[in-house]
Design a protein around this ligand. Sequence first.
Ligand code: GLA
Ligand code: CA
Length: 695
Amino acid sequence: MPFQTRISTIAALSLGVSFIAVSAHAFEPTTPPEPPKFPAEGKVTYVPRDSILEFKALPQYSQPDWVAEKFEKTGKLPPLKDRLPEEPLVYKTGNMPDGVGVYGDTMRHVVGGRPEGWNYIAGQSQGWGGIDIALSECLTRTAPLFQVNAADTEPLPNLAKSWDWSEDGHKLTMHLVKGAKWSDGEAFNADDVMFYWEDAVIDPQVSPLGGGASPEAFGEGTTLKKIDDYTVEWTFKAAFPKQYLYTMAYPTFCPGPSHLLKPQHPKYSKNTYNQFKNAFPPEFMNMPVMGAWVPVSYRSDDIIVLRRNPYYWKVDEKGQQLPYLDELHYKLSTWADRDVQAVAGSGDISNLEQPENFVASLKRAADENAPARLAFGPRLTGYNLLMNFSANGWGNPDERGQAIRELNRNPEFRKAVTSAIDRKAVGDSLVKGPFTAIYPGGLSSGTSFYDRASTVYYPFNLEEAKAALKTIGLVDTDNDGFVNFPAGTAGGKNVEIVLLVNNGYATDKSLAEGLVGQMAKLGIRIVLNTLDSNQRDAKHYGGQFDWAVRRNSTELFSVVQNSEQLAPVGPRTSWNHRAPEGKPLDMMPFEQDMVDVVNKFTASQDNAEKAELMKRYQKLYTENLYTIGLTEYPGALIINKRFSNVPAGTPINMFNWAEDAIIRERMWVAKDKQGKYELFAEQLPGKPGDKGPTQ
Ligand code: GLA
Ligand code: CA
């Protein structure tokens, strides 16, 4: 580490002591300013956890008439009661904002993503925007918990309909919904769960979509075994680690159809891992799912159409099989277009999350005759600048890249970078008004775990930032305005940093472009590597980046969901520090401390202790600049007014995205408001691999 000063090494090691005492510089960290008040429009009515759903047999069941007439009576489908589990999941009427619904209509989504294929458990994206959420069902479910009081919160049952803890708390027995079927009629059972665990989670060559599903996410040394077709048993090192019930929700424990996937997996075939991953390309239609709709049609850069799953295992209290909506559309467009179409009424739903679109959308929605409702939620959307902390080879950096990694690991360097960012200007560049707040990084100010006093903020101070660079040996030796590496490091060339950016979002791009300017003032040259989201993710997961601009994911605002991603608790759980294949994680001391805190948090049963631990986490994170915060702001859910059963105050993301939280399978449209959008009216999914739906 040629340019790492002794001082900064000491700073990195002496976590107990305030770094002001040992810092070479007069950085004057403080707490961030109070975020501007932003009264969320959508008010949530809190309900007890057990008021949402239950599992039970009902005296009778029904389905859309056309399914009964055209499919059941003709023998194309078995009788409904044989398609449903012994005890279906029943949504309670009392928790439905508008009560039991009627069948029909379509929900039209617009997305900026593109599908890579249907192998979700091997990490293929389906184009986001809630499409994978509509296809995949998970052991537990957490998104609807936004309406449950925090004290009462435990994940909802889903594919796991109940569970019991052993007396000593080390074993958790889960009972799977009995008799539920995949959308092609095959039985769903413990074999699907075991295949997912053994051949996706535990297999280091497979990494399910969402990134976090590695064994450590369920605790070091955790095992899972099949007891019988509908029972699995977890064994944990810790006692009562109830936190893992969150990890069993989306996106980390959503099994795929083992009857299709297993024969393609390298362990059971001659396929390579790549062949396995790509065995079900976007053109492969009618992929079996446990979700409420099945993909039946795909036209590249145009649309994906999903039709109702005739084997869906959820019903309302009247015994009507869900979903109420017969069809889903996914128009393959851009994320900005999603906002535009949702407010205009040609799309049905959007998470308004790009501040560039706030003003126009608000104006449009304010009109009494506007087709869509728009409601802001808490300030939970944030962006960070991630620095790649791996110095032992994640992503195989070249000499320059390696030198940047060493810089990233230097606390003086990180302090210089963070102090060179004018966050007020960053926020205002996206949108004026009370939306954005100064965000130093770490837990989002909108989460209940946030503690401002534990948040360390290095205010904008360009002069100090520049001085700091000098003391770590970064000087502009050739007078071109950009600092150079010291002679002997990376050829003494200009420090040039490649910033990975997702080109699907205006916000990501404006933040990245803003950084180019702000870093230029510091004397650091930024080169943008702007890629579409699938390519970006491949680079990111492969560690091929120096820095990355990244929209925060769930762990920073939910905290209890995806908490393994709060720190490098395993080789593949962190967003900016993963281990190269076969090598250890080269954690810095403060990261080890963060890991210890997160592990304690996961094991703790005590809410007060959990809150304290998150204060320590926040301090460690923001003081040491685990990432560099950029900005944070609230988002709004836009939903077409014709839909019923939209829970008031649904946040665009709290435990999961709104597409999950609004419980789409329970939404309906009154007969007189139904649109004529169905492309495959009165058709159902075909057999796996069939070109389209069947009549
Ligand atoms: C994308 C969108 C989000 C949300 C998610 C769902 O990331 O930007 O608003 O729809 O997909 O996965
Ligand atoms: Ca120079």
